[in-house]
Design a protein around this ligand. Structure first.
Ligand code: GTP
Ligand code: SPV
Ligand code: MN
Length: 590
């Protein structure tokens, strides 16, 4: 009798009817071969799947141009299919599971005719970790295969693990015909199953990432007592004491996680190491502390804005090419050097540039050369500051959690919550301006609790309760902080310089965790005194600081109305504690 994995693959092949089935082994030599096929034979829309880039500028790198309508996650086509609609919650699109499977099965029927079906066995998490999960993704896209090879621990060894455990997370993926009208990203939390058709874009197509490690895993965590979060994991070592503090940070898509995860401190005496830039799985240990692992093995990061000045460690990572190939998707292309280019990489654009769609770029056109959501895909092992704890099966102990959003007004530069439940309340009501990481209007404030609105695989009211339950199991819960790097002045310019300067705020948070600095109590939490922030070398006078830290009653009254409206959708399911917290906040501003 065929084993579990083979049987499932056979069933999917019977549905999708590929010409060939190929089981990915996970070797470097194999990836070279697949990239070659992507260069010479396989097209994505009108373009070859890959073209080789200048290996002297970015070693071991390849260029990919997507279909022009397939450039971001499509949240309106993403569904959580639980038997009961209430269990998916108002935060998810919902379809009845049987109906959903029938509907997408029609799109999968025969969709791989003339194509090869690739079977990718992969692990999320270091296989040595008790928290790691074996998975299989099926796909008909070579771009997806190579991306999964970079982003996960892929290879046939995983099959032994599946045989031993009898359980794996299933992902069926086809790019279909890349038509947005026939695109669906369907999650079946009860079946550990994702079915995704019609897109080759990261979060829609690399099913180990948002689909499994957040949507399905958040539900697993809810059932099993742990958390799957849209968070970075960073270590900050104080050179003097040799001590390292591990910090988690959640920000919505394209709001600064990757940059913060590998920040090069502007203050002397500290070293930052990176453990993750997008996803954290967080467990409560026997000693009542939070421990986090990053289930991923690579970074799928936003290209625009990445430069020697803003994120030097990422540029080093991208130039390394040491362990795995690096992909650039939908950036511009410098015709003179055959190197990728994006807005912000250099002050001046190259003289001869193709835009992300392959057309000659005209600097006078006012259009961008790189798509705002153009991305790189690069192995974490190529990062020079990867933490030596990256592969620690247990994860790292967490001392602080920070949440941030993109807000032009209202939300101050930094604020510390009074305690765990207050932190959960503030995180549950977090607002952020939308970005180009998801299709739709950009710059609209929406509630994005814990930066998980598009990624929580169950009813968020239950999720908030779960967060409070986790807190009640902790001996000495980490402090929870809120930051906003994106406050703007009347001209629309960012007031805070951001990027590497953000370390000054990290330093203040660490001082607060250690209890070495006092803070001001305000209705929304504890805030820094001007004198306690190290702003040396920056031109930030007290008046600018006051603007960055302003708590404006009018703005907060509006904020409270937004929170009330958001909470209203959850009815009785919303924990009473959150309503109590909201009432308390309201009392201060009425
Ligand atoms: P996802 O991969 O979508 O989850 O995004 P992310 O949260 O990792 O965001 P990332 O660090 O890639 O940053 C997104 C955009 O914001 C990039 O264009 C950055 O250059 C820009 N950015 C990051 N940090 C800052 C900051 O401190 N200030 C300002 N003004 N921009 C920033
Ligand atoms: C995000 O949108 O939050 C990302 C990119 O990290 S994607 O993997 O496409 O979701
Ligand atoms: Mn993300």
């Amino acid at each position: 009798m065929a084993n579990l994995a083979e049987r499932w693959v056979e069933e999917q092949a019977a549905l999708t009817k590929p010409d060939k089935i190929y089981w990915v082994q996970g070797t470097e030599e194999e990836m070279r071969r697949l990239i070659e096929i992507g260069i010479n034979q396989e097209k994505t829309g009108a373009n070859p799947t890959f073209s080789e880039l200048n290996q002297e500028v970015f070693a071991n790198s390849y260029y990919h141009r997507s279909h022009p309508t397939d450039v971001a996650r499509t949240e309106h086509l993403t569904f959580v299919c639980t038997p009961k609609k209430e269990d998916a919650g108002p935060n998810n699109n919902w379809m009845e599971p049987k109906e959903a499977k029938q509907m997408v099965s029609k799109l999968f029927d025969g969709c791989m005719r003339g194509r090869t079906l690739y079977v990718i066995p992969y692990m999320m998490g270091n296989p040595e970790s008790p928290y790691a999960k074996p998975c299989i993704q099926i796909t008909d896209s070579i771009y997806v295969v190579v991306s999964m090879y970079i982003m996960t621990r892929a290879g046939k060894k995983v099959l032994e693990r599946i045989d031993a455990s009898g359980r794996f997370v299933k992902g069926l993926h086809s790019i279909g015909d890349l038509d947005p009208d026939r695109r669906y990203i369907m999650h079946f939390p009860q079946d550990d199953l994702v079915m995704s058709v019609g897109s080759g874009y990261g979060g829609n197509a690399l099913l180990g990432k948002k689909c499994f490690s957040l949507r399905i895993a958040s539900y697993q965590g809810y059932r099993e007592g742990w958390l799957a979060e849209h968070m970075i994991i960073m270590g900050v070592e104080e050179k003097k004491s040799g001590e390292t503090m591990y910090i988690l940070g959640a920000f919505p898509s394209a709001c600064g996680k990757t940059n913060l995860a590998m920040i090069e401190p502007v203050l002397k005496g500290y070293t930052v190491t990176t453990l993750g830039d997008d996803i954290a799985w967080i467990n409560v240990s026997a000693d009542g502390r939070l421990y986090a692992i990053n289930p991923e093995a690579g970074f799928f990061g936003v290209a625009p804005g990445t430069s020697e000045k803003t994120n030097p460690q990422m540029l080093r990572t991208l130039k390394s090419g040491r362990f795995y190939p690096t992909l650039f998707t939908n950036t511009g292309l410098d015709l003179d050097t055959n190197a990728p280019w994006w807005e912000g990489l250099t002050d001046k654009a190259p003289a001869h540039l193709l835009d992300w769609q392959g057309n000659p770029w005209d600097s006078a056109s006012g259009k961008v050369a790189a798509h705002p959501n153009s991305r790189f895909t690069v192995s974490a092992y190529n990062c020079p500051i990867l933490s030596k704890e990256f592969d620690n099966p247990k994860g790292v102990p967490i001392s602080a959690i920070l949440f941030g959003g993109r807000r032009s007004d209202t939300v101050p530069l930094v604020c510390e919550s009074f305690d765990w439940n207050h932190g959960v309340f503030k995180a549950s009501s977090l607002g952020s301006e939308t970005t180009s990481a998801a299709a739709g209007q950009v710059g609209i404030v929406r509630r994005d609790p814990m930066a998980m609105l598009p990624f929580c695989g169950y009813n968020m009211a239950d999720y908030f309760r779960h967060w409070m339950n986790v807190g009640s199991r902790l001996k000495d819960p980490p402090k929870i902080f809120f930051v906003n790097w994106f406050k703007r002045d009347a001209q629309g310019l960012f007031i805070w310089p951001g990027f590497r300067e953000n370390f000054r705020i990290i330093k203040w948070m660490m001082d607060r965790v250690k209890g070495t600095v006092p803070a001001k109590e305000t209705p929304i939490g504890f805030m820094p005194n001007y004198a306690d922030l190290d702003l040396s070398g920056l031109d930030i006078p007290q008046s600018t600081f006051d603007r960055l830290c302003e708590v404006n009653p009018g703005e907060w009254q509006k904020e409270i109305r937004g929170i009330e409206e958001f909470y209203g959708q959850f009815g009785d399911r919303l924990p009473q504690e959150l309503i109590k917290q909201l009432m308390e906040l309201k009392r201060h501003f009425s």
